[in-house]
Write a protein that binds this ligand. Sequence first.
Ligand SMILES: [Zn+2]
Length: 101
Amino acid sequence: MLTTDPNDPRLGWGPGDEKPVPQNDVYLVLSEEERAKGFVRPVRRSYIHKTCGAVTTMGLALCETYARNPKFYGSTYCTTCQMHKPVGEFTWSEDGAVVGS
Ligand SMILES: [Zn+2]
């Protein structure tokens, strides 16, 4: 589930997880209006966790939020480790760029 409200009480924040957890119930994304202002990075659909080598694919709204504002998220989820980890541990599978850069 997605929200554009940064004050949504269901949002989970933090630098990362130390043990496996389910994905959050709700993730914050930029509004459609904000995303429509233009992307500063390509829209990339999946990233590789450097620690485990596995690929995680995201929904389009999350990908477009990264493309609009690459620094929007401090951590992101690896579906193989089942943990949120700092974005610097991930590279985009499409072009090898570090997530968040
Ligand atoms: Zn991983």
